[in-house]
Design a binder for this molecule. Structure first.
Ligand code: FA5
Ligand code: MG
Length: 376
């Protein structure tokens, strides 16, 4: 915590942040020609469960609230799992358009595009009726709100034209952002999604190394959130994008662990004044991996994220990937067993088999002690 990589001069997360901010500042201005979006990049990542969940209408039994998903400090406070945690507070303060940048924390899978700490940028924009339908000469002929029903394209309180206009505005904003970052011929696709705080909702995927990489979630803000925050006369959209994912695609950074590297052979490649400078990351060392398998019996309350957490805590950035490759239930005893393949590779120097094996044994020992697993 507290590294604020997104604020660190010459860090790739700072470069991409500045590009995105420039995009919003150059293309979105208010009536006085000042930047429309206010920016917040130093809000503490310690938030209340109310901010992270309740203010966003996350139901009390939603899986994202599980202890195995997030990092809790106590029953009241946690490390934010997304920058959406600040939406409601900032809307309450009267803001109509804002960007929030920061570090977010999650227990998650261990591979090249997932890390327990990463950075998000939240964007929210609210509209009055005049603003949303500003392209129409006469807005008296369209209806902004109704008491209708919810379906795949809209919420109860929104008319179909309100919902479709918001969707178009949101998707144009993000599509133009993606073209601004990656050029006009980047391949992208919208995927229908679900979030408790937006409806309808989408995720944007971008082609990276031949595969679709999810880079952001977004949608039309639930009207109930706006009314609780005192902005019921407005409607709006919101998005939350993963800065590492975008930076990986933009600079061809192959592994998310590299963002935490303090090796000058990494950082020096991003030492430029102008964030628009074209940079393609050149790997400075190709170390060979050590691959170790482990299989064990698991207790009934076993959660995969708890095991991933132990792997990252003990193995640190030496662990490149954890893959579940066998799931077995004993036909008679019904005991469950799992087998994982752990790939160890140092990003900056070579790793001996012995060193990797020691870490591996440490991981297994911690699993036995903390999770009650039993090695097979
Ligand atoms: C969210 O966090 C929502 N708050 C986004 C949102 C905001 C939706 C506003 C609607 C309105 P999601 O869990 O999909 O959604 O994460 C958003 C992005 O964060 C992902 O698309 C991905 O780019 C990035 N991300 C998620 N998990 C990780 C991880 N473990 N490591 C790195 N990046 C991640
Ligand atoms: Mg997602």
């Amino acid at each position: 915590m507290g590294k604020n990589l997104h604020c660190k001069h010459n860090h790739p997360l700072n470069l991409i942040t500045r590009r995105i901010e420039n995009y919003f500042n150059n293309n979105y201005r208010n009536n006085w020609r000042a930047p429309m979006f206010s920016k917040f990049d130093r809000i503490s990542p310690v938030v209340t469960l109310t901010q992270n969940f309740d203010s966003l209408l996350v139901p009390s039994d939603h899986p994202s609230r599980a202890l195995s998903e997030s990092y809790y400090l106590n029953s009241e406070y946690m490390l934010r799992a997304h920058t959406s945690a600040h939406q409601s507070d900032l809307i309450k303060q009267g803001l109509d358009a804002f960007l929030v940048l920061g570090d977010v924390y999650r227990r998650d899978t261990v591979d090249a595009s997932h890390y327990p700490v990463f950075h998000q940028m939240e964007g929210v924009r609210l509209f009055s009726k005049q603003e949303l339908f500003s392209h129409l000469g006469d807005t008296s002929r369209v209806t902004f709100f109704e008491n209708g029903s919810r379906d795949a394209t809209k919420q109860e309180r929104h008319t179909i034209e309100t919902s479709l206009c918001l969707e178009e505005n949101l998707k144009n904003t993000l599509r133009n952002l993606a073209n601004n970052l990656f050029g006009d011929d980047v391949e992208m696709q919208w995927v229908d999604a679900y979030f408790p705080f937006t409806h309808p909702s989408w995720e944007l995927e971008i082609k990276y190394q031949g595969e679709w990489l999810e880079v952001l979630g977004c949608g039309i803000v639930e009207q109930e959130i706006l009314s609780s925050a005192g902005a019921d006369s407005r409607v709006g959209w919101a998005f939350g994008l993963g800065l590492e994912r975008l930076a990986m695609r933009l600079y061809s950074i192959p592994d998310i662990r590299l963002f935490w590297s303090e090796d000058s052979r990494f950082l020096d490649q991003f030492n430029v004044e102008d964030p628009n400078t074209k940079i393609t990351y050149k790997p400075f060392s190709k170390q060979s991996p050590v691959i170790n398998d482990v299989s064990f019996w698991v207790p009934d309350d076993f959660s995969e994220n708890d095991f991933y957490d132990i792997v990252r805590n003990i193995g640190g950035d030496i662990v490149e990937n954890v893959e579940l490759f066998d799931n077995f239930v004993h036909p008679k005893t019904k005991r469950k067993s799992k087998a994982y393949r752990i790939t160890y590779r140092h990003m900056e120097r070579s790793l001996t088999k012995r060193e990797a094996n020691e870490i591996h044994s440490g991981i297994v020992a911690a699993g036995v002690q903390q999770l009650g697993i039993q090695e097979r």
